[in-house]
Design a protein around this ligand. Structure first.
Ligand SMILES: NC(=O)c1ccc[n+]([C@@H]2O[C@H](COP(=O)([O-])OP(=O)(O)OC[C@H]3O[C@@H](n4cnc5c(N)ncnc54)[C@H](OP(=O)(O)O)[C@@H]3O)[C@@H](O)[C@H]2O)c1
Length: 359
């Protein structure tokens, strides 16, 4: 067998991620101990949360140490097993990170059925992003038929699923995405009612036009100016699902929110640790809107529902099998391309769920 290859965290980013933050290294082929399995990784998932793990700050999950393998989920094939539950040739979901081969204990692996859907789907629509969309929308957003649901990063792994699920609930669904090409895809392929291009420079006007009855649910994937603008257009008792703040992950300076005043004025309910973090960190100006509009704003982390993932996966799997959920992947080839793929993901260079094809 050849040696293993890994992407290590070389340094912590100061602002935007750069290629120098990573180092590609060869390593000895790992050998599985008793109860362990050696996996040859075939697909690596690139996800925005990895940006947070590159920082040395307290969060809901530990940071990656300098010199350690970058954290991440993969799907791959078992090449050697010393665990009764797995055999050579099994396809598995792993957390072995940015490397060609990884060893894991049996309880850290999930067997996947790649006979009916591509194995890579377990990193996207039938994996963590899909589950996030499902619980975030149904458990936090709770959309009702006839309501208007706004979804940011609408063409992406989470946003594309959220919008399609909300549409199926009978909602008016409006996406926000960067560029005409992504917006056209969101409307024409995913079936959203409208999609606003935030790069066109008139987000507030365009959002108002796309949401003539105001906004009832905001599924927030972006933060910064996008969230601030949504806060100007919401209806009383709006629910904001704070799923992600990707516009802020690379920022050296916190975004100066202007609309958070709305939270106060609209009697918005702010809930969740992430939201409290913001309060200390950012100069939100539209918080009043939360009061005036009685907005309920809730942070969410997909792990909160880890005991119920099966529920989401059963429903998402049925919809995928029936052809009722459209899905797009954005693939870069080879482990060496992982840093570039990740930097693209953080700046909107991806179009769909970002993956690295390893084998
Ligand atoms: N809470 C949780 O448990 C959880 C779990 C999974 C994901 N998330 C969050 O969900 C969000 C989406 O994740 P994903 O995996 O589905 O990624 P994704 O949407 O597939 O890709 C990220 C997208 O974010 C948009 N973006 C990047 N920088 C931006 C900026 N400065 N302003 C506006 N949009 C920007 C880009 O789309 P455009 O080109 O359209 O701008 C990019 O394509 C992220 O914020 C992520 O952290 C949260």
């Amino acid at each position: 067998m050849t040696a293993n290859k890994q992407v290590l965290l070389a340094s912590r980013p100061q602002g935007a991620v750069t290629p120098e933050n990573f180092r590609i290294a060869e390593a000895p082929m790992p050998a599985p101990g008793e109860g362990e399995v050696l996996v040859r990784n075939e697909w690596l998932s690139l996800d925005p949360y990895m940006r947070g793990r590159m920082n040395d700050v307290k969060s809901y999950a530990p940071s990656v140490a300098i010199g350690a393998v970058m954290v991440g989920q993969t799907v791959g094939e078992v090449v050697e097993s010393r665990h009764a539950g797995f055999k050579k040739g099994d396809k598995v979901l792993t957390g072995t990170g940015w490397q060609l081969y990884g060893v894991a204990r049996g309880k850290e692996l999930t067997l996947i059925d790649a006979s009916r859907v591509p194995a890579s789907y377990y990193l996207g629509i039938l994996g963590m992003p899909g589950i996030t969309a499902w619980f975030g929308l149904f458990e936090v957003g709770k959309p009702q038929a006839g309501e208007t649901v706004v979804v940011s990063a609408a063409s992406g792994a989470v946003g594309s699923v959220v919008g399609q699920l909300a549409k199926n609930e009978g909602c008016r669904v409006v996406g926000i995405a960067g560029g005409r090409r992504k917006c056209d895809y969101v409307v024409e392929e995913l079936g959203f009612d409208a999609c606003v291009d935030y790069k066109a420079g008139k987000l507030h006007e365009d959002l108002r036009a796309a949401c003539p009855k105001g906004i009832d649910v905001d599924f927030e994937n972006v933060g910064g100016e996008v969230l601030d603008t949504v806060l100007r257009s919401m209806n009383p008792f709006l629910r904001i699902v704070v799923c992600g703040l990707i516009a802020e992950y690379d920022a050296k300076e916190p975004y100066g929110y202007k609309m958070l005043r709305s939270v106060l004025v609209n009697r918005i309910r702010m809930q969740g640790m992430i939201v409290f973090d913001w309060k200390d960190r950012y100069g939100y100006k539209m918080l009043r809107s939360v009061l005036v509009n009685r907005i309920r704003m809730q942070g969410m982390i997909v792990f909160d529902w880890k005991d119920r993932y099966g529920e989401a996966l059963a429903d998402l799997g049925a919809r995928v099998a029936a052809g009722r959920l459209r899905y797009k992947e954005s693939v870069v080839e080879g482990l060496e391309s992982a840093p570039a793929g990740f930097m693209a993901l953080l700046t909107g260079g991806n179009f769909g769920k970002q993956l690295v094809k390893l084998a």
